[in-house]
Each structure stands twice: as structure tokens, then as C-alpha cells.
Design a protein around this ligand. Structure first.
Ligand code: PMP
Length: 443
């Protein structure tokens, strides 16, 4: 049996759902609950206990290798030597904060901002994506005089009090703020439309009107530009453009949350928003930015932050420390040196092709979509009705896990396989994944 959600989280471990958990891991789960309390969630019916990682593989204590087809943090692969070396070298020399002059943050900000179109040119560093989005919201409120936020119906933007209020994917127990409006996700598969961009813009117009009717002035719309938690929505390119124009006309800002698609994952460009031909006011970054070192931040248009910065001081003890900047710099070096954007594009195209071929003889696949190495596979009971099959999606995720291949699921119906490997993933790695998937489907 597949128990797919726990307090709204897809693919969460549910105590008691599996009798196959080794005694040692069972004891560890109990110890976690005793020590860490009740709020943490593990993945999978049978949680994975890892001790080491290298490249696209993770290893358990018995030395078994797991193929990591889900990790967008260790995007260059686990323990990438260039990042390990850069971090170790900087640690041995100095680690301080942004109240002293230090070149690392300047060299990194120069290098990072050069990957953005003008005038996105200023960089503020944090430690987590949540903090970056929290800061974006503070700046948006200051700049616009409004408080209203528009997000998609299953968006996730982070864990601070302010940001959790515009992260509906956290579930009904985390209420949205009274100033927050959701719009249906721009889902080409489930919407009957010949112009997704126009429809999405209409939804945004309606949300703005509803806000105004409640006396709320809009501050920002924030979108994950690959709509990861909404179910991986990438096509058609450009569907965000009209909605962004509508938001600007209303005097609000547009924030691109690049925590998921950023740093080359979509294979088109460094940033997911570029696929939509739009220019955000602010861009939030995180996860793959330090390949595991906690580095996150905002890239901004100078006008947007000018008055905020003049009146509000910003200091984040760990944000922008030299060790994190060294990690960030090494990540940018490796993406360029190893041609990883191109690899995401080519390996991603091959991956999509293999999955589409697989779908021809596996009727439960309703849709295969995505871009680069960010792929969603809709599992349905019936292709004509598109009725979601969360139980089968959960079964596939857990059966793959038993074959030591790690993915997860997402989306409003918990039926979308989320496939998001490190961007160093090779065609051989795709073949290994497809062998496992075909094996599971044949069972
Ligand atoms: N935005 C998006 C789109 C995310 O996926 C996440 C993390 N899953 C965040 C923001 C928050 O990042 P963090 O966990 O580093 O706070």
C-alpha cells in the first residue's frame, strides 16, 4: 500500500506503513522523533539511510549505491572536488562576515551578476532560499507601499512566518495570509486552452481585482519559474510574460524564484525566467548555488532596492561569508568548465525522449513534460479522463527506491513523478534509470 501524504507532503514516510524497515533504521527513526520532535518528515515508505555521496551516487552503510535522480542541491554531483577544495582552502584562511572588507563577496557578486541581463546587477546574500524570499517581500513592500502577494495555487517559497503565508503547498494547517491571493497554476495538460499565457494573465487580473476589493494594495507576484511544486510546468515558453506585464501595470513587482530551476538546470539558459522572455525586478536563488554549502540570495535591479537600502540596514551573519562565496564561485566555474547547461539540455532531451517512448507502452503515463533536467511525469488512471493516480505514482516512487533509484512525486494530486537529477547526469545514467523504471512497470 502506498501512503502518499503526511501533513500535505507528497512521498513522506508514514510510521507503520511498511514492515520492511531494518531494525537499526527503525531505532534511528525513533531516536529522531525523540530528539528532533514531531515536525520533521523523511522520504519513502522505507527511509533511506545514507553515509556518503560521490557524483550522481549516494551510498548506504553497506556500500550499496543509489542513483540520485532527485538532487538539485548537489547539482554538480555529491562532493564535487572543485567545491570541496575551494571551501577547504578558504576555511583554512579566513571566514568572517560582510562588516569587514573582503574580496570574496565582490568577486562572486561580479561573477554572479554577469550571468543576469541588465539591469539585474546587485546581489544580496543569505543562507537559505526562504530568507531570500523573505527579504524580497520586505523590499517589495517598501518599494510599492503595498502588502498583497500573488502566488500559484500550490506554490512553495519557504519557511519563515512571512513566506510560509504565501506557500500554499505547506497545506491547510499553514494558513495563507489575508493579503495573499492564489491563481491556478498555468498547467497546459489540465487546462483546456489555446492560449495559456492569456488565461494565466486573466487569472492574475482577477486576483488583483479581488485584492483591491478587499482594500489590499499589491506588492508582488512571485513564481517559481519551473512551477516545481505545482507539478513541473515549462511550456509553452513565454506563458509568464503577459501576467508579469499585468502585475507591473498594477504597480507591483515580479519576483522570479529561481531556487529550483536556476543555475542551468532547464538547459536553455542559466535562469528559468529567460525562457519566458521576461525581466524580473528581483530574482531569488538558493539550493544549487553552493552545491550543498548554505548559500542563497537575491539579485536585484538597483532602483528596486535603492530607498530600502538607504533607510533599512541589512546584515545577515552568515550570508555572504567568504567560505560560502568560495563555494558559489566554484559552482559557477564548474558549470562553465564542464558545459553543464549544455549537458542539462542534451541529457534532458534524451531523458524526455526515452520517457516518451516508455509512455507509448505504459498507459498510466498521461503526460511527460519538462525542460532540461527538470522533468514531470503525470501518472493517471485513464488517459482520456486524465484522472490522477496518486497511489500508482507513490508505488512507482517506492518501487524505484527499493531498486536504489531515487526520485519523488509532486503536484496538486500527488501523482506527478518529479525527476530532477544532478545536472552532471549522463546518458548512461538515464539508461540505468529507464532500466529500473521499465523493470518496475513490468512487475
Ligand atoms: N523556493 C523554492 C521554489 C523552493 O523549492 C525552496 C526549497 N524547497 C525554497 C524557496 C526555500 O529554500 P530553503 O529551503 O533554502 O529555505
Amino acid at each position: 500500500m502506498s501512503t502518499l501524504t503526511s501533513a500535505g507532503m507528497v512521498n513522506a514516510y508514514v510510521p507503520g506503513a511498511s514492515s520492511r524497515i531494518p531494525e537499526e533504521d527503525r531505532a534511528m527513526i525513533e531516536r529522531r522523533a525523540a530528539l528532533l520532535g514531531p515536525a520533521y518528515r523523511l522520504f519513502y515508505e522505507e527511509p533511506v539511510h545514507l553515509v556518503r555521496g560521490e557524483g550522481v551516487h549516494l551510498y548506504d552503510g553497506d556500500g550499496n549505491a543509489y542513483l540520485d535522480v532527485y538532487n538539485n542541491v548537489a547539482s554538480l554531483g555529491h562532493g564535487h572536488p572543485a567545491v570541496v577544495e575551494a571551501v577547504s582552502r578558504q576555511w583554512a584562511v579566513l571566514n568572517t562576515h560582510t562588516r569587514y572588507l573582503h574580496d570574496a563577496i565582490l568577486a562572486y557578486a561580479e561573477r554572479l551578476s554577469a550571468t543576469f541581463p541588465a539591469p539585474l546587477s546587485q546581489v544580496m546574500l543569505t543562507c537559505t532560499g526562504s530568507e531570500a524570499n523573505d527579504l524580497a517581500y520586505r523590499i517589495a513592500k517598501h518599494r510599492t507601499g503595498g502588502t498583497g502577494v500573488i502566488v500559484t495555487s500550490l506554490a512553495y517559497h519557504g519557511v519563515t512566518d512571512a513566506v510560509s503565508q504565501f506557500s500554499p503547498s505547506l497545506g491547510a494547517s499553514v494558513p495563507l495570509g489575508a493579503h495573499v491571493r492564489t491563481v491556478p497554476a498555468p498547467d497546459l495538460y489540465r487546462r483546456n486552452t489555446d492560449d495559456l499565457g492569456r488565461d494565466f494573465a486573466d487569472d492574475v487580473r482577477a486576483a488583483l481585482a479581488d485584492m483591491r476589493a478587499s482594500g489590499i494594495r499589491p506588492a508582488m507576484m512571485i513564481c517559481d519559474t519551473i512551477f516545481s511544486s505545482d507539478g513541473v510546468l515549462a511550456d509553452p515558453p513565454g506563458f509568464l510574460a503577459e501576467a508579469v506585464a499585468v502585475v507591473r501595470e498594477a504597480g507591483a513587482l515580479f519576483v522570479a524564484d529561481e531556487v529550483q530551476p536556476g543555475f542551468g538546470r532547464t538547459g536553455d539558459a542559466m535562469w528559468g525566467f529567460e525562457r519566458h522572455g521576461i525581466l524580473p525586478d528581483m530574482v531569488s536563488l538558493g539550493k544549487p548555488m553552493g552545491n550543498g554549502q548554505p548559500v542563497a540570495g537575491l539579485v536585484l535591479q538597483p532602483d528596486v532596492v535603492a530607498d530600502f537600502g538607504a533607510k533599512v540596514r541589512y546584515f545577515n551573519t552568515y550570508g555572504g561569508n567568504p567560505v560560502s562565496c568560495a563555494a558559489g564561485m566554484a559552482v559557477l566555474d564548474v558549470i562553465a568548465r564542464e558545459n553543464l547547461i549544455q549537458n542539462a539540455r542534451n541529457t534532458g532531451a534524451y531523458f524526455l525522449e526515452r520517457l516518451r517512448t516508455f509512455a507509448e507502452c505504459y498507459a498510466a503515463v498521461g503526460d511527460v513534460r519538462g525542460r532540461g533536467l527538470f522533468i514531470g511525469v503525470e501518472i493517471v488512471r485513464d488517459r482520456a479522463s486524465k484522472e490522477p493516480d496518486a497511489a500508482l505514482a507513490g508505488h512507482l516512487v517506492n518501487a524505484l527506491r527499493r531498486r536504489r533509484v531515487l526520485i519523488s512525486a509532486s503536484g496538486p494530486h500527488a501523482n506527478i513523478l518529479k525527476i530532477r537529477p544532478p545536472i552532471v547526469f549522463s546518458r548512461e545514467n538515464v539508461d540505468t534509470f529507464m532500466d529500473a523504471l521499465e523493470g518496475v512497470a513490468a512487475e
